[in-house]
Design a protein around this ligand. Structure first.
Ligand code: COA
Length: 175
């Protein structure tokens, strides 16, 4: 997993002082989510939102969300299943959304957010079980972004991809 490009990035929990209205990533659903829905989802414990600060303490350069989810083992490839105990459903961590503001794209911030989400997901397995990180790609461009970082589509799902927690652990123990 490549290293983050910014020397001093700040990624923190979304709060009211962040300027959500100014965020625009050129994908309507992801722009609308942080502007209108993220705070409600945090309040209702549906998803935690983490924001990467931009040029000011209130500027959102990018964000991602984390939730608990599960995965049916029939959706996982055989080599992955073989390494797991024999349960039909496995716990997993969902990156439901990840986006970078249009003014901050192509500077390594998408990677920075993804690496932070993976590191945080791994750390959280000390407190709640999770065998993989799952992502929902919104379109082909998003899917190719995740494939660039070795995510694999779940069987029968073109836009839901996963990375085994064992692989993530390996990334961070060898960095
Ligand atoms: C997709 C997105 C998150 C990428 O963020 P970014 O900051 O522009 O990308 P980065 O600069 O961090 O790119 C890091 C690496 O990923 C690669 N990459 C970026 N977008 C890619 C894509 N769509 N497909 C394949 N690779 C991609 C870059 O080439 C770079 O690779 P390198 O380090 O080998 O040179 C951003 O463009 C975005 O928010 N788009 C709109 C919303 C979206 O599609 N979100 C996806 C999740 S649903």
């Amino acid at each position: 997993m490549p290293a983050a490009s910014d020397s001093n990035p700040v990624i923190e929990l979304l709060s009211k002082h962040h300027n959500r209205a100014a965020f625009d990533c050129d994908v309507d659903g992801l722009t609308r989510y942080i502007r209108q829905l993220a705070v409600q989802d945090v309040k209702k414990k549906v998803a935690a939102s983490f924001v990467l600060l931009g040029d000011t303490l209130s500027t959102i350069a990018g964000y991602y969300t984390l939730s608990s989810t599960n995965v049916d083992v029939v959706e996982l490839p055989e080599p992955v299943v073989r390494k797991l105990p024999h349960y039909p459903i496995m716990p997993a961590t969902l990156i439901g959304r990840l986006a970078v503001d249009r003014h901050y794209q192509s500077r390594g911030y998408g990677e920075l957010l993804l690496v932070d989400a993976l590191r945080r997901s791994l750390k959280l397995t000390e407190q709640i079980g999770s065998v993989a990180v799952i992502v929902d790609a919104k379109d082909n461009k998003a899917r190719s972004f995740y494939e660039h970082f070795q995510f694999i589509p779940l069987i029968n799902y073109s836009y839901r991809l996963f990375l085994p927690m064992a692989v993530i652990q390996n990334y961070f123990t060898h960095e």
